[in-house]
Ligand binder design. Structure first.
Ligand code: PEP
Length: 256
């Protein structure tokens, strides 16, 4: 954690969930109590089919709702795509951009990710910009070079601490049950913090840096306790309200 930075615990449901899973969003919304919300932000990013109904379910509480991706254009002939403005119209507050599954499976470049991040801000959404190295890049010692290149190419020049969150997600740790060592997480986050401070000065110092990749209730306290880890981005464990809330509670406990 970083003193004076309000943590964010974010869940990414990926392409999981139909209406019958809305009970989990309701349970999470109920579990994000006023006490919890006094210390941390909690966010769930369901598939876009559930976005509007999820924001309605969460509207009386503190749980925030976001989307998993957006198009860079406002509207037009882009069959199957969803614009940041449409996400905002669903009353959502955040959007993930540059998730490794988008970069790998949809061939998104850093420039594509940056264009989406610009669109998110245009629509009034907080953008969570995801970066992370592959297993081969880590093994060849290129991790920090890759992170530096992704940050330089994906994060827009006007980023501030209130409109931008960086999620460090080693690709090889996503959905695998594997996690980097605490030393490796600390090294990556210290590097990201330094890069953001160099580029954005005080805004970079306050920007939230999330760790993502196989976070679960049993390892959350250790991972969230690392310096410059200001929250988590959680895939699998965010699908179950009990697990997601346990991670939120671990984060609250670290806040003291
Ligand atoms: C993710 O999808 O961003 C992610 C971190 O997944 P998981 O927690 O399942 O590894």
């Amino acid at each position: 954690m970083t003193p004076d930075i309000r943590p964010l615990v974010a869940g990414n449901w990926k392409m999981n969930g139909t209406r019958e899973n809305l009970d989990q969003i309701k349970a999470i919304a109920d579990g994000v109590t006023e006490d919890m919300a006094a210390r941390i932000d909690a966010l769930i990013c369901p598939p876009v089919t559930l976005l509007y109904v999820a924001t309605a379910l969460a509207e009386d509480g503190a749980l925030q709702i976001g989307a998993q991706d957006c198009h860079s254009e406002k509207s037009g002939a882009f069959t199957g795509d969803v614009s940041a403005e449409m996400i905002s119209d669903c009353q959502a507050s955040h959007v993930l951009v540059g998730h490794s599954e988008r970069r790998t499976l949809h061939g998104e470049s850093d420039a594509d990710v940056q264009a989406k991040a610009v669109a998110a801000r245009r629509a009034g959404l907080v953008r969570i910009i995801c970066i992370g190295e592959t297993e081969a890049e880590r093994k060849s010692g290129a991790t920090l070079d890759v992170l530096g290149r992704q940050l330089a190419g994906s994060v827009p020049d006007d980023a501030t601490a209130s409109d931008t969150v960086i999620a460090y997600e080693p690709v090889w740790a996503i959905g695998t049950g594997l996690t980097p060592t605490i030393t490796d997480v600390a090294e990556a986050h210290a590097f990201i913090r330094a890069e953001m401070e160099q580029r954005f000065a005080g805004e970079g110092a306050k920007m939230r840096l999330l760790y993502g990749g196989s976070v679960k209730p049993s390892n959350a306290t250790e991972l969230l306790g690392v310096t410059h880890v200001d929250g988590a981005l959680i895939g699998g464990a965010s699908l179950k309200a009990d697990d997601f809330l346990a991670i939120c509670n671990a984060c609250v406990s670290l806040q003291g």
